[in-house]
Design a protein around this ligand. Structure first.
Ligand code: DX5
Ligand code: ZN
Length: 239
């Protein structure tokens, strides 16, 4: 087992579960305050009703969000044709632009265009998508987003079987063979975040767990504390 120093766990609330009529204040509710540094990223789920059976928001809303917050935006594009649509999110100023491996035949070209536009590139894989075919192309990415629910909706149950992919990529990153943030998305809550942290996740997306109650900042603090404790616990499991 590897003892590489890992960065502190990152928390990225998904505004999919926030009040869409008040996105600026919903984001501010998890931002920097006098008692907490605030969240690391804000996760923005873009859905086109083609790649997934749901429709959310797109580039115009992201433009407005970028004016409303200084927290880096983590745009998760659940869309067809990312070659056409992903780079403009980076041009707009999104920090991280993640698209789905299943949506393109040429993920490296899309990642290059995102980086050329000033963003960091992320590759997302659905629960049923194997990691191995993408290991080579991941040299061109900054983030791997492992979906732990079928993409499309918030509030679904966490799929622990995807953690095998997290353990595999964690080992590869810890060996120094890839430089990547490992992100997980779907069903992350106070009862699931520890197993994801133990498996080796760096960045935790949480939608309903943060925004379904009346104190999003408290939920973020709770998730961060659980992930930090689980990550730094003596690793009994191989990772
Ligand atoms: C689902 C989205 C997620 C969603 C997660 O397709 O990609 O980001 O907001 O929601 P929870 O945390 O409620 O599973
Ligand atoms: Zn997402």
């Amino acid at each position: 087992m590897c003892e590489h120093a890992r960065p502190a766990p990152m928390i990225a609330p998904s505004i999919l579960s926030a009040d869409f009529a008040n996105l600026a204040s919903e984001i501010a509710a998890v931002g920097p305050s006098s008692v907490d540094p605030g969240v690391d990223w804000v996760h923005v789920d873009v859905m086109d009703n083609h790649f997934v059976p749901n429709l959310t928001l797109g580039l115009p809303v992201v433009h407005s969000l970028l004016k409303a917050t200084t927290i880096p935006l983590d745009c998760h594009l659940m869309i067809e044709d990312p070659a056409r649509w992903a780079p403009p999110y980076a041009e707009a100023g999104a920090h991280n632009v993640t698209f789905h491996a299943e949506a393109t035949d040429d993920p490296i070209a899309v990642a290059k265009d995102i980086r050329a536009a000033g963003g960091r590139a992320g590759l997302a894989i659905k629960p049923g998508t194997a990691l191995e075919p993408y290991l080579e192309v991941l040299t061109g990415f900054d983030t791997l987003l492992v979906m732990s629910v079928e993409p499309g909706f918030g509030g679904q149950s966490f799929m622990p079987e995807v953690l095998d992919k997290v353990r595999t990529i964690r080992k590869i990153v810890d060996r120094g063979d890839l430089r990547l943030l490992v992100e997980i998305d779907g069903g992350i809550s106070a009862s699931t975040i520890e197993q994801a942290a133990e498996a080796g996740v760096d960045c935790f997306v949480a939608g309903s767990a943060v925004y379904s109650g009346d104190d999003p900042a408290a939920r973020v603090a709770e998730l961060r504390a659980l992930a930090t404790a689980a990550q730094s616990a003596p690793a009994g499991q191989d990772r």
